[in-house]
Ligand binder design. Structure first.
Ligand code: KIV
Length: 282
């Protein structure tokens, strides 16, 4: 098992042109499987609200939800670099609120870094959290927490005017002291430009090639059924495997096939002794 990555390793990997592979994880088993697969990092995204809690967006997710899922992921992946996602409402209020909640992630869930959404408009938040000694990942382009403002889960930076805003956001995030940047759902030309210009590592989710790739685990293994974004490569169909297993189980139970002798605990005293015992209660 390779040793746990640090921020310094991420910088070295960028310099060496070595790609970083990461996914989201929300629970103990996924974290275990990801660590066994030698995933470079894990994000406990507030997408947990949609893919594990069934909300239609990320806005309802609370600090308590995020902390508890981060704790489960840390238990499953003790040797993996973990990023905790700051949920909507946990940093919008003030720099002080942002620092206090970022501190909670480190103290209560043992994460290695936190992520928050936005560029120019969250510069002072990033600076304040960084000044508190916490590694920050920025997140620009399509920012799901502000999908209401963006008119939905829509790709960003497709025209020059909008691309200018994405570039300004990228520079603002780096200038504020963030250690890395995640760019979501923008054209690859724009991502390439940003990754070349920025000194910090730039990672993509649905934004083409750069220093590394992130995917939502539930999308890539076919667990989240509501919709699959265009940029997701689906590597497995867990929903089909799991549903089929449940169907066979239901049939087995109804037909008395399960539990057979293989799936029960056997008595250790002679049956006659048990029959005597049962008689006492008749
Ligand atoms: O919450 C999340 O999983 C994220 C990704 C969409 C990047 O922030």
């Amino acid at each position: 098992m390779p040793k746990k990555k640090s921020i310094l390793d991420l910088y070295k990997m960028k310099k060496a042109g070595e790609k970083v592979a990461w996914i989201t994880a929300y629970d103990y088993p996924t974290a275990m499987f990801a660590e066994a697969a030698e995933m470079d990092m894990l994000l406990v995204g507030d997408s947990l609200g949609m893919v594990t809690l069934g909300y239609s967006g990320t806005v309802p997710v609370t600090m308590e939800d995020c902390i508890s899922h981060c704790q489960a992921v840390r238990r499953g992946a003790p040797k993996t670099f973990i990023i905790g996602d700051m949920p909507f409402g946990s940093y919008q209020g003030s720099d002080e609120q942002a620092v206090n909640n970022a501190v909670r992630f480190l103290k209560e869930a043992d994460v290695d870094a936190i992520k928050l959404e936005g560029g120019v408009r969250v510069q002072t938040r990033i600076r304040a959290i960084t000044d508190a000694g916490i590694a920050v990942f920025g997140h620009i382009g399509l920012t799901p927490q502000s999908s209401g403002q963006l008119g939905g889960f829509k790709a960003q930076g497709r025209d020059v005017k909008n691309a200018r805003g994405v570039i300004e956001d990228a520079f603002a995030v780096q200038e504020a002291g963030a250690m890395a940047l995640l760019v979501e759902a923008v054209p690859p030309e724009l991502t390439k430009f940003i990754a070349e210009k920025l000194e910090i590592p730039v990672y993509s989710i649905g934004a083409g090639d750069c220093d590394g790739q992130l995917l939502i685990s539930s999308d890539m293994v076919g667990k989240f059924q509501a919709f699959t974004p265009k940029f997701v490569k689906v590597y497995a169909n867990i929903a089909e495997i799991e549903t089929n297993a449940y169907k066979v189980y239901v049939k087995d139970v109804k037909e008395g096939v399960f539990p057979s002798d293989d799936y029960v605990y056997h008595i250790t005293d002679p049956i006659e002794e048990f029959e005597k015992l049962f008689k006492e209660f008749e």
